[in-house]
Design a binder for this molecule. Sequence first.
Ligand SMILES: Cc1cc2nc3c(=O)[nH]c(=O)nc-3n(C[C@H](O)[C@H](O)[C@H](O)COP(=O)(O)O)c2cc1C
Length: 204
Amino acid sequence: MKHIDPSELSSRERYRLMISSIIPRPIALVTSIGKNGVVNAAPFSYFNGVTSSPPIISISVGYRKGTAKDTGRNIRETGEFVVNIVSQDIAEKMNIASGDYPPEISEITEANLNVIPSELVSPPRLAESPIQMECKLYKLIEIGEGPNDLILGEVMRWHLNTDVKIDDRYHIDPASLDVIGRLGGPQYCTTNDVFEMVRPKVGG
Ligand SMILES: Cc1cc2nc3c(=O)[nH]c(=O)nc-3n(C[C@H](O)[C@H](O)[C@H](O)COP(=O)(O)O)c2cc1C
């Protein structure tokens, strides 16, 4: 058995341990827009749902050499963003969008993505993403060294592409999404191997 004290590791080692222990992680391909009007797209896998009423999601956006990443800066400036869910067929475009482009370069052009206007927020959504969630900033909390911006966003509008199957109880069929998850390093997984378990009924 191995025991690891994270305080004895370098920040890079702690990062590797975190992202290879907590797997698979969902990926938010976040669109945001800067004061310069450039539409930005970047993936974040420190991403999850936090609560449902109201519907709040979290993303954690790091800093690059002491400067906020474009996504963090844009969300601080405008309080608006869109979470676009990543399916297998846009995996490569998502990866291209993760490149370290300067603020004046749009990942939309670099990754050859297509945008559609949002209804309630200024950043557009991605046409090729199966689910697009328009979000308004709920709270931003600076955490840790770096620091990281823990961004809590309230989902104001859901958009489901026509191929996405949803039943009348608002349950989406995962097979109709074909999303990918991030593992440690450059590894990803698919959601092709789904199994079911019904929760036990305890008591009455
Ligand atoms: C699958 C994937 C997940 C990522 N997750 C995060 C994350 O959770 N937080 C983060 O700060 N960077 C993450 N990155 C790196 C950012 O996408 C990258 O730094 C990007 O250039 C940021 O773009 P921006 O400056 O346009 O916001 C991830 C990259 C990939 C490929």
